[in-house]
Design a protein around this ligand. Structure first.
Ligand SMILES: [Zn+2]
Length: 393
């Protein structure tokens, strides 16, 4: 007897190369089987998801959910299971001195899976800018917190911004890389800065230092320190890093995504592995709105639904190094499932630079299954719910 049966959905599981109308059966907290025509009499609870898209639980690998500990934080479940997303990674909200609120206060009280990249700065984004002098980094503490919390902490985050780069130069990112290397984890680098007054050459020095598994976030940002040179040509170091196995992540945020930059960078060969939201409390209200709206933006950019689902599941799991446990509907996996409505309409999605695109498809969360438990998404970030603006902005 199955505990839950999701019947008749379009099941897309890029991890297994699966894309077909099928049923998903759940046994306790695990996936039992994905197959067509499973007898509903053999399940305690049957949900008909005909016309819906069923995917592995969506994964957002760059968010800010240290609510109450940083001013920009938002509740993890609000942008997690209540938004169709089953796993998140907080990217640098805490530093080694402020990490411990996660295991003590946050993790025991949420339904969403949450991983952490600690900031190289000792108090993380409790203050901004987080690095105003070399004293704002405690390398030994960073190494200790990462090594003692390997289940939750997936690596270290550093922001390639002013004034840290003006004060410390490449010594700052080198310290982040040292934490990653000494702990066997990975380093995530924020690139680009709207108000940066530092040399754009830092990015060209940084990229050759990265090794497979390290992550660049804000890859489609349109500011100084991004991967486009002044002639809007891709810097060769970016293509080399991609070829070496460095992950490229989107990190939309409040100022980090231009459709024009994205188009140019994609056309020059750098397709992001994952399409993180970099969502914050204010970002949910003003720019990002939701992870599903990130999916809608990438449909607008011309990616297929299957490609967008791959970016949002198996690829995001690889970026976080959790692909052995997350990002697939394979039998025996934890039953983390997203049921989505890919709605037809006349939508407009915006970037953070004042440009917008039209699209005929919008992704809306319908149901979240987390470890076998069925959760209904909340209303959504807009007065009318989850879809983008119905009219051109
Ligand atoms: Zn961020």
């Amino acid at each position: 007897m199955y505990d839950l049966l999701l019947k008749n959905g379009r099941v897309i599981d890029p991890a297994q190369g699966f894309n077909a109308i099928a049923d998903v059966a759940v046994d306790g907290e695990r996936i039992a089987i994905v197959a067509a025509g499973i007898d509903p009499a053999g399940a305690r609870r049957v949900i008909d998801v005909k016309g819906r898209t069923v995917t592995p639980g969506l994964i957002d690998p760059h968010v800010h959910v240290y609510e109450g500990f940083t001013r920009l934080g938002i509740h993890p479940d609000l942008v997690g299971v209540q938004a169709g997303v089953t796993a998140l990674a907080d990217a640098g909200s805490c530093g080694p001195y402020t990490y411990h609120g996660f295991p003590v206060q946050v993790l025991p009280n949420i339904a969403t899976d949450l991983f952490v990249f600690i900031n190289i700065a000792r108090v993380g984004l409790a203050v901004n800018p987080e690095i105003e002098s070399e004293r704002d980094i405690d390398l030994d503490a960073a190494i200790q917190v990462v090594s003692e919390n390997r289940g939750v902490v997936k690596g270290v985050k550093a922001r390639m911004v002013s004034p840290a780069l003006n004060i410390m130069g490449m010594e700052m990112p080198r310290m982040a890389l040292r934490v990653a290397r000494e702990t066997g984890t990975r380093a995530m680098f924020h690139i680009g800065h709207r108000v940066g007054n530092y040399s754009a050459d830092f990015i060209r020095e940084l990229l050759p230092l990265l090794t497979p598994g390290d992550i660049i976030t804000h890859i489609y940002c349109d500011h100084v320190g991004g991967v486009l040179d002044p002639n809007r040509k891709l810097i060769p170091e970016a293509r080399d890093a991609l070829a070496r196995g460095v992950f490229m992540d989107v990190g939309f945020g409040q100022t980090h995504f231009g459709f024009d930059a994205a188009r140019r960078i994609i056309d020059q060969g750098v397709v992001a592995h994952s399409i993180s939201s970099d969502i914050t409390g204010v970002g949910r209200r003003t720019t990002v709105h939701s992870f599903v709206e990130m999916m809608t933006r990438f449909l607008a950019l011309g990616f297929s639904l299957e490609e967008v689902v791959a970016m949002s599941t198996v690829n995001a799991a690889r970026v976080l190094g959790i692909e052995a446990t997350h990002g697939s509907l394979a039998a025996g996996r934890l039953a983390d499932i997203s049921v989505l409505d890919v709605r037809d309409g006349d939508w407009t999605v915006a970037d953070t630079e004042g440009a917008s695109m039209k699209t005929g498809k919008a992704v809306v969360p319908v149901l979240t299954v987390k470890g076998g438990a069925v959760i209904s998404p909340e209303w959504g970030p807009r007065p009318w719910g989850w879809t983008p603006n119905p009219q051109p902005e």
